[in-house]
Design a protein around this ligand. Structure first.
Ligand code: NOJ
Length: 559
């Protein structure tokens, strides 16, 4: 046994009042892949309602629902055609109300996705813009510009779509001639709004109020770093290493522009008018916690996803650094840090942590990708990484299926893929379908209980029978049991409201800290390490003889 030294790191501001979002564990539901009640192979709102008991048993504090609003589903709902209605694929507004009431009655909060950077091209505003003339108020709600070159056939600038290809598409005017171009930072079916137009600002205030009035507890704000573009839309030379959701946002004329903060100050005030601590969470891909912390200054949003943490490799020194810099950066503006390892845009961490080749965010992995992960190693590391993450103070996000240890699905046939990234890059990037496969509930049921008919919009792998929730429930060593025990202890011991006190001296490959009554030790190396004294209350792998094996993490308590 060692006698560790300790070093106190600035803690985030402790939870005050009922600011639930400072410490909450928030579970992301990707509705189309969670639970399908209608049998059409696509998950829906009644499906979510029917599984609320499972989520309560899991022990999460809140849910975040990816978009279920009306949408042609060109980007799985991140292309909204009516912000104030439910797409018939997912049910009705009444189904939403039932789901919300069911969650609230179990003490579970619900935040919904808001997509303000762009709409669907089927949104009535964009249809009106297409029908109207250049220079009209209808066009001024989006970013229409004349092309360059003699015939205007060169896009207005050189920006590239996050999904590949140019960020501009040209329209055919009413008289049949080729006309203006419109900006779409994502797919051509997702035209960007012009946030310098007050009409756009007013419309989003209305949308926020619509959902707040219905009782939602807050919003996850899509592309929260992208709404405002640099004056004059200047050219930009993208960094090829940048990652598809934004990468290094420094100096990119469409990410992180100063003017975007004004929008969130306005929303902060609007949200504060409502009772119950409604919250805003920024999806902002920025290079450092210091940059991201600008989105959670006291008069802006309440949380921002900590993508620096998500992108940190399974390496002790890097993990210590990112935890320290996150706690400092967010703490400095009075915000909690968040922690996240997986979501619907990234390779699931049960696979990502064992990749042996570079894999830029958003590219995905498929049959021909280099450096494919060894499944056992990935799962082992994922369990350890989650054990470490859930001991950290602040708020943590979980992505549906990670509690089952689901890996990325690599072997998807080309013809079933649906991510626009796949189409816009001609198959060069696999995209994100591999983390979106419908999740398994029952090992023996059709589609593993995802849908009553056995339909599933993406095929589920045969190996998932053993990962189904029912198969894991009774198994104390399962990943589901690990998550349940971590979540129960985190809640009972108030770890979300705690602080990190680093423990040194356990070895270079070890991350160790104390949070309240719990000592956390994670071993990222390849040999076992001796543990300090303590009672094992949770561990990602068996702890024998007072040592922690490689790629494992443990929680030790004094009592
Ligand atoms: C981020 C979302 O998480 C992603 O799924 C979507 O494709 C883009 N924003 C565009 O809305």
């Amino acid at each position: 046994m060692t006698s560790p030294e300790t070093d106190l790191v600035d803690a985030p501001v402790a939870a005050t009042g009922s600011e639930w979002w400072r410490t909450a564990v928030i579970y992301q539901i990707y509705p189309r892949s969670f639970s399908d009640s209608s049998g059409d192979g696509i998950g829906d709102l009644p499906g979510i309602t029917s599984r609320l008991d499972d989520l309560e048993t899991l022990g999460v504090d809140a849910l975040w629902l990816s978009p279920f609003q009306r949408s042609p589903q060109k980007d799985a709902g991140y292309d909204v055609s009516d912000y104030c209605d439910v797409d018939p694929l997912f049910g009705t507004l009444a189904d939403f109300d039932d789901m919300l009431a069911g969650a609230h009655s179990r003490g579970i909060r619900v935040i919904v996705d808001l997509v303000p950077n762009h709409s669907s091209d089927q949104h009535v505003w964009f249809q009106e813009a297409l029908a109207a003339a250049p220079g009209s108020p209808e066009r001024a709600r989006y970013l229409f510009r004349e092309g360059r070159g003699l015939d205007g056939d060169v896009p207005p600038n050189n920006w590239e779509s996050v999904f590949g290809g140019p960020a501009w598409s040209r329209v055919v005017e009413a008289d049949g001639s080729l006309g203006q171009w419109y900006l779409h930072l994502f797919d051509s079916t997702q035209p960007d709004f012009d946030w310098s137009n007050p009409v756009v600002r007013e419309e989003f205030r209305r949308i926020l109020r619509f959902w707040l009035d219905r009782g939602v507890d807050g919003f996850r704000v899509d592309v929260a770093h992208g709404l405002v573009k640099a004056e004059g839309l200047p050219d930009h030379t993208p960094d090829p290493e940048g990652g598809s959701m934004g990468g290094d946002a420094a100096d990119v004329p469409y990410w992180g522009q100063e003017g975007v903060h004004e929008v969130y100050r306005d929303w902060h005030e609007l949200v504060a008018e409502y009772e119950g601590d409604r919250a805003l969470c920024a999806e902002a891909w920025l290079p450092t916690p210091e940059r991201t912390a600008l989105w959670v200054r006291p008069d802006e949003m309440h949380q921002a996803f900590n993508f620096s943490y998500l992108e940190t490799p399974w390496d002790a020194a890097s993990l210590r650094d990112v935890v320290t810099s996150s706690l400092r950066a967010y703490g400095a503006v009075g915000a909690p840090s968040t922690w996240v390892l997986s979501n619907h845009d990234v390779v699931r961490h049960a696979s990502r942590l064992a990749l042996t080749a570079e894999n830029p965010q958003g590219h995905g992995i498929g049959p021909n990708s280099p450096g494919k992960p060894v499944a056992e190693l990935g799962l082992r590391r994922a369990r350890a990484a989650t054990t470490l993450m859930l001991a950290l103070p602040g708020s943590a996000y979980l992505y549906q299926g990670e509690e089952l240890g689901l890996p990325e699905v690599i072997e998807l046939d080309d013809h079933v893929r649906q991510d626009p990234t796949w189409f816009r890059t001609g198959g060069e990037r696999y995209g994100r379908d591999g983390c979106r496969v419908p999740i398994p509930w029952s090992s023996d049921a059709p589609a593993y209980g995802f849908s009553p008919t056995g339909d599933s919009w993406l095929p589920q792998p045969a190996e998932w029978a053993v990962l189904a929730r029912d198969a894991q429930l009774a198994d104390e060593a399962s990943t589901l049991s690990l998550y349940r025990s971590l979540l129960a202890s985190r809640r009972a011991r108030h770890l979300g409201a705690g602080a990190v006190e680093w423990i040194e001296g356990l070895g270079d490959d070890v991350v160790a800290f104390r949070n309240g009554t719990v000592t956390v030790v994670a071993n990222t190396g390849s040999t076992a390490v001796a543990l300090p004294d303590g009672i094992v209350i949770a561990s990602s792998a068996p702890v024998l003889g007072g040592t922690l094996p490689a790629d494992a993490a443990v929680w030790l308590a004094d009592d």
